[in-house]
Ligand binder design. Sequence first.
Ligand code: G3H
Ligand code: 13P
Ligand code: ZN
Length: 310
Amino acid sequence: MALITTKEMFAKALNSDYAVGAFNINNMEIVQGIVDAAKAENAPVILQASAGARKYARPAYMKKLVEAAIEDTGIDVVLHLDHGADFEICKDCVDSGFTSVMYDGSKHPFEENIKVTKQVVEYAHDHGVVVEAELGKLAGVEDAVNVAARDATFTDPEEAAEFVERTGVDSLAVAIGTSHGAYKFKGTPYLDFERLQKIHEIIPDTPLVLHGASSVPQEFVELCNKYGGNVPGAQGVPEDMLTEAAKHGVCKINVDTDLRLAMTAEIRRVMVEHPEEFDPRKYLGPGREAIMKMVQHKMRDVMLCSGKAL
Ligand code: G3H
Ligand code: 13P
Ligand code: ZN
């Protein structure tokens, strides 16, 4: 099996009720936990590395870890750059064998975002690599409290259509109320499904991407806190909202925070319950298991992509 792009994967997911999970990778145990889950569920999978993850693991290790995962499991994997900040990092990832890159120009003015996205698309497509871009700003806990604030930060459907038309991008990350990290909502969780539907209606052939889609399961927050952690009041996107989003053009659902929580909670538990242990395999192993279980649950019960591998 091989490193593949998202093309066929998204074409299948676009007019279906499921989405493909994109999970952030930082080290060997995280990679293994995710691909073991994908194999067990016969699910499509995207492994995504941020610039920070590449710096931490080092680019050569990152690439070889993913190649090893493919060799070991025999599954197809997409290797994706998460939140590329400029043309250069996107080019570097294309040149080093990534099959998908994200250029994130969401913080730049519309025309600037279009200009660089187009440049990345031209280079990536010339090399058989697909591109994700982002339009709109992922709201923080304090933002998007009223309609005016939402219009100012969330993705505008008309702009999305113009953006896709002018850039030729393969998929588009949209802002509809999610945000990165473990503190997504202060009160009741809210996603702008009306806006999502409008975007999907106006660009029905463009796979949409949901960033900041961790659910922050309370059992892991509680475990972290019980074993000496300090993540009070963390709250994520309810799982049923993610399942709903998959029905309206969302083909890729990004998860990082939940992996961090699952691994950290389990490592904390082992360290507190077995203070005599100092063999890293004794806590990293359970951490890897926790990631696998978490990812399997998401694939099977939330993204509904079990059994959908190509
Ligand atoms: O969206 C960002 C991802 O969670 C990656 O985070 O830049 O700390 O690796 P990072
Ligand atoms: P979370 O912080 O919700 O896991 O989002 C991850 C993400 O969007 C990576 O690009
Ligand atoms: Zn993101």
